[in-house]
Design a protein around this ligand. Structure first.
Ligand code: NI
Length: 179
């Protein structure tokens, strides 16, 4: 396993429409996923999308093994590999909450996301994933899948008064998980 470099905002590779994956369980796919897991762990991330390491495929990973300080009531998210995902909102209700990104280090903003979603796709072996999610879990999935469409969270900010540096906005908190 290799910790890969995480691309930062401004790199044009973060702005591509990612390619669908046609074959599961290939050595290249499995190796890439292992690298992504290692990279996310090293960066203390809650999620990582393949384009963030310059890999132009529709693949995201996410999961939290523990409670996150800013979201103490959020249930842990199982470690998930999600390929060729689709997201469907289950209601028009939105939630506005703080969000960060490993490709936009040090910053945080309030971003609107669907409160409740259904997401589908495949794992690395081609097994179907079909889940509903709410709150923090739904937010992470939407953030990661945005990366596959070349969208970084600053593009979704509605009120730039709520965009700033972590160290200024939340000086009392330890560095947090980003995605
Ligand atoms: Ni991100």
């Amino acid at each position: 396993m290799t910790v890969r470099e995480i691309l930062k905002m401004g790199d044009p590779r973060l702005l591509r429409q990612a390619q669908a994956i046609a074959q599961f369980k290939t050595p290249e796919l499995l190796q890439g996923i292992e690298d992504m897991k290692e990279t996310m762990l090293a960066a203390h991330g809650a999620g990582l999308a393949a384009p963030q390491i310059g890999w132009d495929v529709q693949l995201v990973i996410f999961g939290t093994g523990q409670v996150i300080p800013r979201y103490p009531d959020a249930a842990p998210i199982p470690m998930t590999v999600l390929i060729n995902p689709t997201i469907t909102p289950l209601s028009a209700e939105e939630q506005n909450d703080w969000e960060g990104c490993l490709s936009v280090p040090g910053l945080r903003a309030v971003v609107p996301r669907w409160q409740s979603i259904r997401y589908t796709g495949f794992d690395e072996n081609g097994n179907v994933i079909d889940r509903t999610a709410e709150g923090f879990h739904a937010k992470v999935v939407q953030h990661e899948c945005d990366h596959l469409m070349g969208i970084l969270y600053p593009q979704r900010i509605r009120d730039f008064a709520n965009f700033g540096f972590n160290s200024v906005l939340f000086p009392e908190l330890a560095p947090e998980k980003s995605a």
